[in-house]
Design a protein around this ligand. Structure first.
Ligand code: SF4
Length: 141
């Protein structure tokens, strides 16, 4: 029996690509590490199914900023989700594999694009997400 699909809001596809073990709390980081490192980056991880949702998801679950199905930074999260859903053409309820998601990122998000679609994210200035995006493009060139 295959595992249940992950549930991801739109901006968490690119966050997962760039994840380097930093987060909002120990519980948040432990959970995101289990998902990103333990599932998506594991052998066969590209086959992992992900369902697109427009609410709190499997990454948000233990976040100290979560308030029920909302976030203490809801306006910013809504902006990020809208920008990433548009950039990646992600539709609420859609299911795709992590491998397909990476292909879509490669096709539709170019190095340098995060300055626009991730505007306002506190992790953007670290540069790790742009570096991961560049690596993804380099792998296939
Ligand atoms: S800059 Fe922020 S929103 Fe953009 S991919 Fe990185 S963590 Fe996600």
């Amino acid at each position: 029996m295959s595992a249940a699909p992950l549930r991801y809001r739109p901006h968490h596809f690119l966050c997962s690509l760039g994840f380097e073990g930093k987060g909002y709390s120990d519980a948040f980081t432990t959970n995101m590490t289990a998902i990103v490192v333990g599932r998506l980056r594991a052998a066969e991880g590209d086959q992992t199914e992900i369902e697109v949702v427009r609410t709190t998801d499997d990454i948000c679950a233990p976040c100290p900023k979560r308030r029920g199905t909302l976030c203490t930074s809801q306006a910013k999260i809504d902006r990020l989700d809208t920008a990433h859903a548009s950039a990646l053409e992600l539709i609420d309820g859609e299911r795709l594999t992590w491998g397909a998601a990476k292909s879509r990122i490669r096709e539709r998000v170019k190095p340098g694009d995060l300055a626009q679609i991730c505007a306002g994210c506190e992790w953007l200035p670290l540069g790790v997400c742009e570096a991961a995006l560049t690596r993804l493009h380099d792998e296939t060139n």
